[in-house]
Structures are given as structure tokens and as C-alpha cells.
Design a protein around this ligand. Structure first.
Ligand SMILES: [Cu+2]
Length: 322
């Protein structure tokens, strides 16, 4: 049962052992190599233990009771082999894998994305365009993408296990990590440095799509929000602008210019909300606006006590922001 539970953690789409890029393949190989060596050592230790328990005759099997042989065994297995293994692992991990997973040099990739950690969501900017989004990072396949990782508050760590190593987001610094994959798909990521109460709910996903699809996504994302066209949507926009929402959220092209919460300019085009926690459906969005503290206790969005009617106006407005 415990083994089953432990193995359950290895499946799914957030496993280092399910590599989808060259750096993550190197990391997975290192892990398997270390597991195999550790397995051999473990089997050897268990064998010695069993011999010690079960053997009735004195001395070792085949080797007998000679003291110089016992001493040599202690030196070989207690010192020489461990040093060789540790030096080997050190070289593979700290020379080979460090290089193969290294951050790209600035300017050496076709594209740079700026990801900013917040308690508890990810702000995503595409430098050179006006595009700002949250928690769902789109990248083109077959393209080296440099992720510039910084933080707005405490230390976070950006990690997409299927694509590369983790990279810390340190106040006052910017770190880099390469994202590259040939395979279109959704690669789940997670904050990998404890950053407070909702650390576990600080997830995200990388959407790798064909360069053509990516370009049209980015072009749309860079545009200001669609104007509200119907009376219902206009009422929703009104309520949003006149409640406190606009002081924390930006909707580009409107007077909402807040910088505390995620940019909502194209909220309707995201598949999830609250750091990949809830599906972006009208019901879930209404639940969130009604009581964000119940869903994600401690997060920086307060329940604003809107009436169901007001929420019923805001939700279609936000969903219309494709
Ligand atoms: Cu975090």
C-alpha cells in the first residue's frame, strides 16, 4: 500500500522520470544511474548481513578466516569503492548534467519569457510585446526559450519536471532556465521552494504548441481587452471597475490598472485560475469571486461581499475577455 502510494507520485504529468526534453533526459538518466548503483550497494550490504546471520561456520565463504583478507575487504568496500562511486557521481552530476541543463546565455535564444513569482501565482510577460498573463505559459515547439525568473516577494522556485531542472527565484536577482521541447503538449509545473501557506497551490503549466498557433495566441494576448458589447457585459465591466477589483487587477485598455493580482486582460482565454487550481468555468469563477479565502486561505484577494447579482454580471464579463 505504501509502495503503491509512493509509486502513484511517479505517474501523471509531473514526473522527472517522464522527460520530454534533452536536459530532463540527462537528469532522469542520472537518477536511474544512481538508483542502479545504490541498488547494487544495497544488495551487497543485505548479502553480507544474511551471511553474518545464517552462516554457522567461522570466517567468510570461500575466503575463510584470514585477517589480511578481511582487512582488504574493509578497505575496498569501506573506502576505495565509495570514493570511486562518489567521485563518479560528482563528475556526472556536476560537470555533465550541470552543462547539459545549463541556463542559456542571454541573447542566445530566439525568445525570452519573463516569469515573476508572487505569493501565490505566476505572472508571465513576453518582453517586446504587451502580453501579460498568469499561470499558463505558452511556448512554441522547436524553439529555445529563455525563462527569466524573478520574484516580487519571497523566494520561489520555478520547476517544470518534464522539461528541465528547477530554478530559484531570489529577491533582487534574475535567474535563467531553458525551456525547449519538440512535443506539443501541456507540461505541468510547480513552485518548488516553500513560500508560505499556499505554496502547494502555486502550480502552473507550460503549453507547448506549433509556432503558428503560438504566434496567433501571442498576437491576441498582446492586444488590449475586447470592449464589452452587450448590456450584460457592460454592466459586468461597470461593477468590476466600481468595486475594488480594479485596484488589484489590470485589464489593459480599461481603467483597471492594479498590480497586486493576475492580469485579467485575456482571462477568458485561460483554462484555469488561481494558479492552476480551478478549471476556468463560470461556476468556478463565481465561487472564487464570492469567497477566495475559502478556496485558497491566506491569498491576497479578499472576499468583497458582492451580491449574487453582481457576481452574475462580472463572471460573463471576465469570461468574455478572450
Ligand atoms: Cu512559491
Amino acid at each position: 500500500m505504501v509502495a503503491l502510494l509512493a509509486l502513484a507520485g511517479c505517474g501523471g504529468n509531473q514526473s522527472t522520470l517522464n522527460p520530454k526534453s534533452s536536459p530532463s533526459r540527462h537528469i532522469a538518466s542520472l537518477w536511474w544511474g544512481m538508483l542502479i548503483v545504490a541498488g547494487i550497494v544495497f544488495a551487497g550490504a543485505i548479502a553480507m548481513l544474511l551471511i553474518g546471520w545464517l552462516r554457522r561456520a567461522p570466517g567468510l565463504p570461500f575466503l575463510g578466516e584470514r585477517e589480511n583478507v578481511s582487512n582488504a575487504l574493509v578497505v575496498v568496500f569501506g573506502a576505495v569503492l565509495p570514493v570511486l562511486v562518489l567521485v563518479g557521481v560528482f563528475i556526472v552530476a556536476n560537470v555533465n548534467v550541470i552543462n547539459t541543463t545549463a541556463a542559456p546565455k542571454p541573447g542566445s535564444t530566439k525568445m525570452t519569457i519573463h516569469v515573476i513569482g508572487h505569493q501565490w501565482f505566476w505572472e508571465v510577460r513576453y518582453p517586446g510585446t504587451g502580453a501579460v498573463t498568469a499561470n499558463e505559459i505558452h511556448i512554441p515547439t522547436g524553439t529555445r526559450v529563455n525563462v527569466l525568473a524573478t520574484t516580487e516577494d519571497v523566494i520561489h522556485s520555478f520547476w517544470v519536471p518534464e522539461l528541465n531542472r528547477k530554478i530559484d527565484m531570489i529577491p533582487g536577482r534574475s535567474n535563467r532556465v531553458l525551456l525547449y521541447t519538440d512535443k506539443p503538449g501541456v507540461y505541468r509545473g510547480q513552485c518548488a521552494e516553500f513560500c508560505g501557506l499556499q505554496h502547494a497551490h502555486m502550480s502552473f503549466a507550460v503549453f507547448a504548441e506549433s509556432p503558428a498557433r503560438f504566434r496567433s495566441w501571442l498576437a491576441n494576448e498582446a492586444r488590449p481587452a475586447r470592449p464589452a458589447t452587450t448590456p450584460v457585459l457592460r454592466a459586468g465591466e461597470q461593477t468590476f471597475m466600481s468595486s475594488q477589483c480594479a485596484s488589484c487587477h489590470t485589464i489593459r485598455g480599461t481603467q483597471a490598472q492594479g498590480a497586486i493580482g493576475p492580469d485579467l486582460t485575456h482571462f477568458g482565454s485561460r483554462t484555469t485560475l488561481a494558479s492552476y487550481m480551478l478549471k476556468n468555468t463560470p461556476n468556478q469563477v463565481a465561487r472564487w469571486i464570492d469567497d477566495p479565502q475559502h478556496i485558497k486561505p491566506g491569498n491576497k484577494m479578499p472576499a468583497l461581499g458582492l451580491t449574487p447579482a453582481q457576481i452574475g454580471q462580472i463572471v460573463p464579463y471576465l469570461e468574455s475577455l478572450k
